[in-house]
Design a protein around this ligand. Structure first.
Ligand code: KIV
Ligand code: ZN
Length: 514
């Protein structure tokens, strides 16, 4: 079968970032964009430029750095939005403006307070204005799956006549069902002959858990772009998960008339990096990237796999970039073994001094923990990767006490702008006492919104990875810290979150208007 190309449009940095608590700093977005480019994602939606200045700067930085993937900036169908989107893409090698307006009766009447005729006019104006900045213009009919079909087709025709090169059909509220959504795409292809001049795209939300199924059904009926996110993050229940879409197309190539350009071995590194940055752990049974996705527990399954792998495995773990969770290194491993392993995992630092630092951290960890797994190495690299976050606060040491008959207490030593302080505080437990001791000195005025401990590699000697989400004046900071002692990891995560809040007055909160 002669396969057509399926464009993978990643919106982790835009729709994904709209997940409650998933906001990222500009520097973090750039790190994700670089992994997406390495993965050979066709289009990276970098953000919604009009939301705020830091969003605009983040898109600008990504546009300056990424040369292969198309960089896309989102804009409502309004001239001020479109002009700022155009500005955010000034230096992009391959810029795309994505403009949208709602087309369902519900959205037009209650949200936009616009008549269908006004929506048609706004569509025409927005696409024409976007074309002043770039030849690559995408237009979305927000809430398409609940729109009147004939009106939807008129909007699509208008956008194509105005110069749109991609038309996106979003299932904005995750209401679609696979057969019905596939038929919607087929009916559009039949009713609007001009769609043969453009790429038809879909953007499905996961409110009923059908985002991936709806997207794949759309592909079978003619869609040639899917919008998706790493780990399926996104508004409410999220978007279609990139890893599931790509691996379904790859594994069931007998069914789909398309192929993608994705380097599937970058899937797990991208998933881990994102999870690390936003502090959302991936559920163990998550398809493709969950810790259990390639683990066989039942004896019958293990026996089958040992006899013939295909009995219970439809994909190879290596193909998604997952190395089996085996012991890789230990206390006696040298620099070349570490270099070799980091290279295999695709996380070897370019810079020699960074590699030396990674080696020092690795040695410290190997002294505390006998077996070093790949997961530990991801954390080591995450800890030493330079960030744009200047460190006002530094963790030095912690002494936390907890016993059955005494009030827990903690004494923390930390440096603030280079000066060392030591404070002590009681608490309901050692972690509460640690956070109270930090706050006694720092008085940040922030609210602890979320606290999470994750065991990195299993076993009681595993490193605990802690995520602390602090909120101050609407700004959110997700701090992470890892250590074999979870109370120390908690202190590091708290201090990391304080540094983030301090730097950019926190990460940007929710985007208005999308
Ligand atoms: O869900 C949606 O409709 C969107 C549009 C902006 C494409 O995110
Ligand atoms: Zn969306």
């Amino acid at each position: 079968m002669n396969k057509e190309h399926l464009t993978i449009f990643d919106t982790t940095l835009r729709d994904g970032e709209q997940s409650p608590g998933a906001s990222m700093t500009g520097e973090e977005k750039l790190r994700i964009a670089m992994v997406l480019e390495k993965m050979k994602v066709d289009v990276i939606e970098a953000g919604f430029a009009i939301a705020n200045k830091s969003e605009l700067n983040a898109i600008d930085k990504i546009a300056q750095t990424i040369r292969e993937s198309v960089i896309c900036s989102l804009a409502r169908a309004r001239s001020d939005d479109i002009d700022i989107a155009g500005q955010s893409l000034r230096t992009a090698q391959r810029p795309r403006i994505h403009t949208f307006i709602a087309t369902s009766p519900l959205h037009m009447q209650y949200k936009l307070k616009m008549t269908p005729a006004q929506v048609l006019e706004a569509t025409n104006d927005a696409v024409r204005r976007a074309r002043r900045y770039t030849d690559d213009v995408e237009f979305s009919c927000e809430d398409a799956s609940r729109s009147d079909f004939d009106f939807l087709c008129r909007v699509i025709e208008t956008a194509i006549t105005a110069g749109a090169t991609t038309i996106n059909i979003p299932d904005t509220v995750g209401y679609g069902e696979p057969h019905e959504f596939g038929m919607l795409i087929q009916r559009i292809m039949e009713k609007v002959p001009a769609v043969t001049q453009i790429i038809l795209s879909v953007h499905c939300h996961n409110d009923l858990g059908l985002a991936v199924a709806n997207s794949l059904s759309a592909v079978r009926h003619g869609a040639r772009q899917i919008e998706c996110t790493i780990n399926g993050i996104g508004e409410r229940a999220g978007n279609a998960a990139l890893e599931e879409i790509v691996m379904a197309i790859h594994t069931r190539s007998d069914l789909f008339p398309v192929t993608t350009a994705i380097n599937t071995q970058q899937i797990v590194p991208a998933s881990r990096l994102l999870s690390n940055i936003i502090g959302f752990p991936v559920q163990p049974n998550k398809a493709i990237v969950g810790a259990n996705a390639f683990t066989h527990e039942a004896g019958i399954h293990q026996d089958g796999v040992l006899k013939k792998r295909d009995t219970y495995e439809i994909m190879r773990a290596e193909d998604v970039g997952l190395q089996s969770n085996k012991l890789v290194l230990g206390k006696h491993s040298g620099k070349s073994a570490l270099r070799d392993r980091l290279q295999q995992l695709g996380i070897l630092p370019d810079d020699d001094s960074l590699f030396d630092e990674a080696y020092q951290q690795f040695k410290i960890l190997a002294d505390k923990k006998h077996d070093i797994y790949d997961e530990d190495l991801y954390t080591v690299i995450g800890n030493i990767t330079p960030t744009a976050v200047a460190h006002k606060f530094h963790f030095i040491s912690l002494d936390a006490q907890s016993s059955t008959h005494q009030t827990p207490s903690a004494t923390i030593r930390l440096a603030i702008d280079g000066t060392e302080y030591s404070t002590q505080a009681p608490g309901s437990g050692p972690i509460d006492a640690t956070f109270s001791a930090i706050e006694k000195k720092v008085a940040s005025g922030s609210i602890l919104e979320h606290y999470l401990v994750n065991s990195i590699s299993g076993g009681t000697d595993s490193q605990g990875e802690v995520t602390v989400r602090l909120q101050r004046n609407g700004h959110i900071a997700n701090g992470t810290g890892a250590d074999t002692d979870i109370i120390i990891a908690s202190a590091k995560a708290y201090i990391n979150a304080l540094n983030i809040l301090e730097n950019c007055a926190g990460k940007s909160g929710h985007l208005g208007g999308v």
